[in-house]
Design a protein around this ligand. Structure first.
Ligand SMILES: O=C(O)COP(=O)(O)O
Ligand SMILES: [Mg+2]
Length: 219
């Protein structure tokens, strides 16, 4: 099967696809829990929980350590403050990402980022990692009414790019990306190195599964 003739633009996920941000989440949540006098959580727990946006991550972490739900009101500003300070310090661009973005750009494809991370830290992270210049649009989890796996943010990103969903590839690392892409009608490419709630992403159907972004086949 080939979609090369209809490929007009590409939307990429951020955490687990472009940048390995697990270390940032671990450091930030460590500080938040310590500020609140709560016990730490494991790196594995955080890796399984990333993907549904930062509010979800903070709420699920508090519940995991037995914190009252109302603690969220104290934890959330702390999380945002620590995230802004640490953003990118414990994060690395995955091998093959620069080469993959160069490849997509060499085909003249407009590129956008769509992440469930809030927009401000997402844009700042891309800037700090020197990736921002590849993208005409960067949308975060707070830019639209609903987050992935809902198709709405994908449809809105296609609208911003000016391309039909059927001609706009979604590249992501989790079933949130897959469900959103399938519901929006975007051809799906999955990277196999990211975070997928502790499950093997190769079990999720896609046009292609790639172990590096520069392995994506455009024809
Ligand atoms: O912030 C998250 O929960 C994950 O963000 P992502 O959509 O870039 O994977
Ligand atoms: Mg992701």
């Amino acid at each position: 099967m080939t979609h090369s003739t209809s490929l007009q633009a590409c939307i990429l996920d951020l955490d687990g696809t472009l940048v390995d941000t697990l270390g940032d989440f671990v450091a930030v949540l460590g500080r938040v829990l310590s500020d609140l006098g709560l016990p730490p959580v494991t790196r594995d727990f955080i890796e399984r929980t990333i993907g549904k946006g930062s509010e979800h991550l903070v709420r699920t972490t508090l519940a995991h350590v037995g914190g009252a739900p109302a603690l969220f009101n104290r934890a959330w500003p702390l999380y945002q403050q620590h995230y802004a300070a640490l953003n990118g310090q414990h994060a690395a661009v995955y091998p093959g990402v620069i080469e993959g973005l160069e490849l997509l750009r060499s085909r003249g494809l407009p590129l956008a980022v769509l992440t469930n991370k809030p927009g401000a830290p997402a844009r700042e992270l891309l800037r700090r990692k020197g990736l921002n210049h590849y993208f005409s649009h960067v949308f975060g989890g707070d830019d639209f009414e609903r987050k992935k796996p809902d198709p709405l943010p994908l449809l809105k990103t296609c609208e911003a790019l000016g391309t039909a969903p059927s001609a706009t590839w979604m590249v992501g690392d989790s079933r949130n990306d897959a469900e959103a892409a399938n519901a929006a009608g975007c051809p799906l490419v999955l990277v196999t190195y990211g975070y997928n709630h502790g499950e093997d992403i190769r079990a999720v159907a896609a046009l292609q599964h790639v172990s590096r972004l520069d392995e994506v086949r455009l024809d």
